[in-house]
Design a binder for this molecule. Structure first.
Ligand SMILES: *Cc1c(COP(=O)(O)O)cnc(C)c1O
Length: 403
């Protein structure tokens, strides 16, 4: 395989389209899809060297695959990081992170506002194997520092959070983690590298659900972990080869092509989200809007500094309501009167998605846990897509104006 070598110092938009383009002898312009489970070996000696790790070469798609490798190289280029491992899903990437770095007796410090399955994986599943996790405030840096123990190996953060868009200070967390001899992993799913490159603020590992903005059109489930070359080679690849959480080449190909439009999608979706957030903030039936791009957001300035001046495409709002039961009825009314928006719990699609976090993504929490997380029954989340803004406003007005 070959391709023209890329010049140095290319911009992110260019890398999104041009990084990791290996051509076969046919000179195809779109990336080839290598949908094969195994690779034939030229002879037994070569096979022996490849299996022993003495020579590069593809063996079996659970270990590596050229299409998956292209997706990994392109994502690493966008994140400004040395290396990347594709995984079967975003949660697969977090599983790989924990399996690679942690052993019984180790301790993790994690925001209590991260993705629900991450809380379950760390707080329940890894607890069974003797790994303890302290869940701390998303925004209070002192809380992270106070949680550090001699056995702390990993800090895990996600910013902004789902659904309330709380932002954490990546640089501050990286400094505390490094002082403690721990690594900082950041789940960069909500911003994607188009808006936020956590490595610039000191993060050691970046986690992605490729299912969201990297694919961008809601087609496949995929994930990835980006880190230094040394960490990927020594810590994560060996686990990857045995654990079987490999990314399907087809899904990798969809994500690889999705990344080509990541920059313009994130910009366009963020712009729509900001305008929709401003419009909702001025709406008489709306009590409060959660969106990092708004001046009223508690970490607005930090978010703008970390996220290339953009708020991302996810916003939430509380519908005005006298009590929780009525709040839920009103939130359901707004959701159920939409005619365009998709009612589903996913995000990161060019189709706008509307959801009720209190009974879906956060429905399994107890009412006390939900209260502590600030997720009320009158909360509605919108993951803004690419439809025309006027149509999106009209879609929300149908419900808001008939409350
Ligand atoms: C969706 C999501 C995940 C999990 O990704 P999957 O691809 O569904 O496994 C992890 N973190 C965040 C922030 C997510 O939104």
């Amino acid at each position: 395989m070959s391709g023209k070598p890329l010049p140095e110092g290319l911009h992110r938009d260019t890398l999104a389209v041009r990084a990791a383009v290996d051509k076969t002898q046919y000179g195809e312009n779109a990336e080839a899809l290598f949908l094969t489970s195994s690779f034939t070996q030229p002879d037994s000696e070569t096979a022996a060297r490849r299996f022993a790790g003495e020579e590069d070469g593809y063996i079996y798609s659970r270990f590596s695959n050229p299409t998956v490798a292209s997706m990994e190289q392109r994502l690493a280029a966008l994140e400004g990081m040395e290396a990347c491992v594709g995984t079967a899903s975003g949660m697969g990437a977090i599983l790989l992170l924990c399996m690679g770095l942690l052993k019984a007796g180790d301790h993790v410090v994690c925001s209590r506002s991260v993705f629900g399955s991450t809380i379950k994986l760390l707080g329940t599943e890894f607890a069974r194997f003797g790994v303890e996790t302290s869940f701390v405030s998303q925004t209070d840096v002192a809380d992270w520092k106070a949680a550090v123990r001699p056995t702390t190996k990993l800090f895990f953060a996600e910013t902004p959070t789902n659904p309330l868009t709380d932002v954490c200070d990546i640089r501050a967390l990286a400094d505390i983690a490094h002082d403690a001899g721990a690594l900082l992993a950041v789940d960069n799913c909500f911003c994607s590298p188009a808006l936020q490159q956590p490595v610039k603020f000191g993060a050691d590992i970046v986690i992605h659900s490729g299912t969201k903005y990297l694919d961008g059109q809601g087609r496949v489930v995929a994930g990835a972990l980006c880190a230094s070359e040394a960490l990927v080679r020594k810590t994560f690849i060996p686990v990857m080869r045995s654990a079987g959480i490999s990314l399907s080449p087809f899904n990798a190909w969809v994500v690889l092509k999705g990344m080509e439009t990541l920059g313009i999608r994130m910009e366009a979706q963020s712009r729509r989200a900001l305008e929709l957030a401003q419009w909702l903030e001025a709406h008489p039936k709306v009590e409060r809007v959660y969106y990092p791009g708004l001046k009223s957001h508690p970490q607005h300035e930090l978010a703008m500094a970390q996220q290339s001046g953009m708020g991302g495409a996810v916003l939430s709002f509380d519908v005005k309501s006298p009590d929780a039961a009525e709040g839920r009825r009103r939130a359901f009314h707004v959701i159920d009167t939409t005619q365009l928006m998709s009612v589903t719990a996913n995000l990161g699609d060019v189709k706008t998605i509307i959801t009720h976090p209190g009974t879906t993504s956060h429905g399994r929490l107890t009412e006390d846990q939900r209260q502590a997380a600030g997720i009320r029954q009158n909360l509605v989340r919108v993951a803004v897509g690419l439809e025309h803004l006027d149509d999106l406003k009209a879609d929300l007005s149908r419900g808001l104006d008939t409350l």
